[in-house]
Every structure is written in structure tokens, then in C-alpha cells.
Design a protein around this ligand. Structure first.
Ligand code: GLU
Length: 283
């Protein structure tokens, strides 16, 4: 089987060394296996994403010496794919509308860009109540119902697992039990804001034929719920290769706010791509 990997940056800022490690891990995993390396632009969150970052991302990756297949998949061009997946889950009664206020929803998104963090567990409203809110035009999010998913899976619920080919933050390797309960009833889509992270990633990885998902430890916790979605949507199971996070001088994970650490800033200061690669273990 041909190994297919991807680097999937969000269009929320310029790339820094953490992204470089993620991109290099994906590209090298494909290269050493004689496989394919894909690039995906994650730009579904219209409130946080800015298209002007795309050209900079291409520039930074090319500077690092990476080549990727064309065409690049842009999530914003594939809303129909995500809507179809949501529809399948709806048909099976696996999602429900949650009417937390738009502000509360946006706060959630701001605090936890990948839908991680707040383990919310709710339930569908009574049909009358729901109808009244819909008629009043109230905003809502579609949430995955863990209790409905558990019922749908039956004995397979406890067998949910994924294969870790790298290592998790606590050294997890090999076949790992996936316990999606920790994530709560994650948001899969928001009225007016479109699909959310977990659903888009799962649909894209399947449509792009990704066989090995490489990404940082910050998304290790996302894997159990994404495995659950793959099973519920009858999608193939990729393997996973999680990698360490790159820390700044303050010992904290690099974030978009660390402007001085962007690859563009390093380049301007005369740091070479070879030096960045070597420092990340890709000499
Ligand atoms: N777009 C996500 C990020 O920039 C990565 C998605 C993934 O690798 O699953 O953190």
C-alpha cells in the first residue's frame, strides 16, 4: 500500500518552527516509504482564517525544500463533502442541535481551536422547544452525541483503537485504546459558520486517501474522537505518527503570536533552511 501523508496548516498565521517540524515529519515519512506527500489548507473557520497567508505558507515550505502534489486541497472549496458527512450522521440520529448562544460558541472556538478542551455533554431538546428556537432563528451547533454513538457501536465501542507509529506525549506506542468520551459531545458544525475541525479533517483525510496522519502532540487528544467519526462514517482507519512540539525560549509551545519565530522572520535574519532543518533533526 502506498503511504500517503499530509501537512494541514490552518490559515491563521505564518508558519513557525513547530509547523516546520510537522511538515518535515509528514514529507519525510512519505519519502522514506516511497509514498506521496500532500498539502491541505485548513481554512474553514472564516472568522479566524485569512487567505493572504496561503502564499506565505507555500513560500516557507518551498524554502524548507519541500515539494507537494498539486492541486492543493482547500477546505473552503469542499463544504458539500462535509455537509454530506453531517447528513449521514444526522440520518442515523448521531448528532443533535445545541443552542448555546453564538457568543458562547465563539468563545468555545476561541479557547479550543480544535474543539478540544471543553468536554460538553448534552442532549437533544424536546421537539417543541427545538422547533420554537428554530422558528425564532436561534443559532445552534451540531454536536456529536456520544451516547448515541455508543449505542450505535455496541461492543465495538470498547474496541475503538488506533495505531501509533510515532509516540504520544506519554510515550504511547503501537495499538492504543481510543476513549472518545474524554472529548465530550464535540461540535461538528455550526449554523452559519459551517463545519468544524474534527469532521472536516476526518472527511478530508479519507477523500485524500491519507494512510498516515502525522501531527503534533497538541492534537493527540483529537485522535480518539476522530477514530470514532471514521467508524461512524465507515471511513478507512489511517495510522498515526504524533510528534513532539517545538518549544520557544520560554519553554512554551510556539504559537502564532510568536512573530519573531516565524520562518519568514528567521529567513530575514539570515538563518538558512538547512540550519532550521538540522535543528529539527532533519539534517
Ligand atoms: N490544521 C491543524 C493545525 O494547524 C492541523 C490539523 C491536523 O493535522 O489534523 O493545527
Amino acid at each position: 500500500m502506498t503511504v500517503v501523508t499530509r501537512f494541514a496548516p490552518s490559515l491563521t498565521g505564518r508558519l513557525h518552527r513547530g509547523h516546520a517540524l510537522a511538515a518535515l515529519t509528514a514529507a519525510e515519512t512519505a519519502r522514506t516509504a516511497g509514498g506521496r506527500f500532500l498539502l491541505r489548507i485548513e481554512d474553514i473557520d472564516a472568522e479566524r482564517c485569512r487567505p493572504e497567508f496561503e502564499a506565505g505558507i507555500f513560500e516557507d515550505l518551498a524554502w524548507l525544500g519541500l515539494e507537494w502534489e498539486q492541486p492543493v486541497r482547500r477546505q473552503s472549496e469542499h463544504h458539500a463533502d462535509y455537509a454530506a458527512a453531517l447528513e449521514r450522521l444526522r440520518d442515523r440520529g448521531l448528532v443533535y442541535r445545541c443552542f448555546k448562544t453564538r457568543k458562547a460558541l465563539l468563545d468555545d472556538i476561541g479557547r479550543a481551536p480544535h474543539g478540544l478542551g471543553a468536554a460538553y455533554v448534552g442532549a437533544p431538546l424536546e421537539p417543541d422547544d427545538e422547533a420554537r428556537r428554530l422558528t425564532a432563528g436561534k443559532a445552534f451547533a451540531w454536536r456529536l452525541s456520544l451516547s448515541a454513538a455508543r449505542t450505535a457501536l455496541g461492543a465495538d465501542w470498547d474496541a475503538l483503537s488506533f495505531v501509533e507509529q510515532g509516540a504520544g506525549p506519554n510515550g504511547e506506542q503501537g495499538a492504543i485504546a481510543a476513549a472518545p468520551a474524554a472529548a465530550g459531545d464535540v461540535i461538528l458544525a455550526r449554523k452559519g459558520l459551517g463545519v468544524a475541525y474534527h469532521l472536516a479533517v476526518v472527511v478530508d483525510d479519507a477523500l485524500q486517501g491519507v494512510t498516515c496522519v502525522t501531527r503534533g502532540w497538541d492534537l493527540f487528544e483529537a485522535t480518539p474522537v476522530q477514530r470514532l467519526l471514521q467508524v461512524l462514517l465507515d471511513l478507512p482507519a489511517p495510522t498515526y505518527r504524533h510528534h513532539r512540539l517545538v518549544l520557544g525560549a520560554d519553554g512554551k509551545r510556539l504559537a502564532k503570536r510568536d512573530r519573531a519565530e516565524t520562518l519568514a522572520a528567521l529567513r530575514e535574519r539570515g538563518v538558512t533552511a538547512a540550519a532550521v532543518r538540522a535543528a529539527l533533526g532533519f539534517g
